[in-house]
Design a protein around this ligand. Structure first.
Ligand SMILES: [Zn+2]
Ligand SMILES: [Zn+2]
Length: 263
């Protein structure tokens, strides 16, 4: 299967990305992508109103710029207006308000932080620090149970940081919890993302690996999206050929429009 939809990319709307929206769009066209989804970050915190970055003005700016890009490139490629919510379970009301105010095509849900601290800043060096794995998974499960979203992004992001600390800790070590998360996704008809960014980083694995995707289908999951998590134009669609066999042979790519599957 050729994957020509990249459903997780960033541009210079996101505070951690410096590649311009235009160069991302042009590169995606050059690579023959048919659909791209800009999923710029919006982070939530346990202490409300903490962020000076993630505001309504920020969302307005993102929407305006994506609309302009659609006018420029819309004949050549579908440019999706998405968002990557980080920890939306921490501010459920605020997340709900945002979803009612903006016409997103796709909402990704991610856990990037525990106790408002970036995963990469938490201490993953101590192998005895298994509680970090449990706390991460507890957060993912709570988010998957309580939030409004469409696709769970990089379910095992934490392995990237365990790996860079020299450990091979995987969420597969908690099969019951992984099953609870995947079953809840399937029950709520939410999608699971196959995020290829791990293949370009130290961990050298997709987020998640093939076994977790297979388990998702076993548990009744049906919706999978592919995302490069590109923050630079070169990474758009990167390593999609390495994960195309993660889904059954007869799997058909899904398109999202206004948070509904359109095919
Ligand atoms: Zn993310
Ligand atoms: Zn991302």
């Amino acid at each position: 299967m050729t994957i020509y939809y990249d459903y997780h990319i960033h541009c210079d709307n996101s505070p951690d990305c410096h590649e311009s929206l235009d160069s991302m769009c042009l590169a995606a066209c050059e690579k023959g992508m048919k659909e791209i989804m800009f999923t710029d970050h919006f982070e939530f915190y346990s202490t409300p109103n903490r962020s000076k970055i993630f505001t309504m003005e920020y969302l307005d700016k993102c929407f305006k710029r994506i609309s302009e890009a659609r006018n420029r490139y819309g004949n050549d490629i579908f440019i999706g207006y998405g968002v990557e919510f980080g920890q939306p379970h921490l501010q459920l009301k605020e997340a709900e308000c945002i979803l009612s105010d903006y016409p997103f095509d796709l909402v990704l849900a991610s856990v990037h932080k525990i106790d408002d601290k970036e995963l990469k800043l938490l201490d993953c060096r101590d192998t005895a620090n298994q509680s970090l794995l449990d706390r991460y998974l507890d957060n993912v499960y709570e988010m998957v149970c309580s939030c409004d979203f469409d696709v769970l992004a990089h379910i095992d992001l934490v392995k990237r940081y365990f790996c860079s600390a020299g450990h091979s800790i995987r969420i597969e070590e908690r099969p019951e919890m992984v099953d609870k998360i995947l079953s809840k996704l399937a029950e709520r008809k939410k999608g699971l993302e196959i995020n290829t960014s791990g293949l370009r980083q130290g961990v050298k694995e997709a987020l998640p690996g093939k076994n977790i995707v297979a388990r998702f289908f076993e548990l009744g999951g049906r919706i999978v999206t592919f995302g490069s998590d590109a923050h630079v134009k070169e990474d758009i669609g990167a390593d999609f050929s390495a994960v195309s066999d993660f889904v059954p042979d007869d799997y058909e790519l899904v398109s999202f429009r206004k948070r509904n599957i359109s095919n």
